[in-house]
Design a protein. Sequence first.
Length: 115
Amino acid sequence: VQLVESGGGLVQPGGSLRLSCAASGFTFSIYAMRWYRQAPGKEREWVAFINSGGYITNYADSVKGRFTISRDNTKRTVDLQMNSVRPEDTAVYYCNAAVRGNESWGQGTQVTVSS
């Protein structure tokens, strides 16, 4: 299983950023996917969920209405569209899959929200 995140960077408060996760090494289309994040000095926290077919999504209260998770099973990617970002969204963002009971993580992509 390999997950590779991209798209992080520096963004101003109120701005937008789109993260992407490319998956390989497993049958992507049959597994739910998740995004997590970890801010400096804090525990890793769940951000968003999408089911295998892409028609069920769920979000942490802190990002609901601002972030959107989506997937393309043909391209084997899962994206996180981040709108109206806030300084408290600053974190390393990780893609996650639970494949056959084993948790797999990408290397993470840094998102910094600052003016």
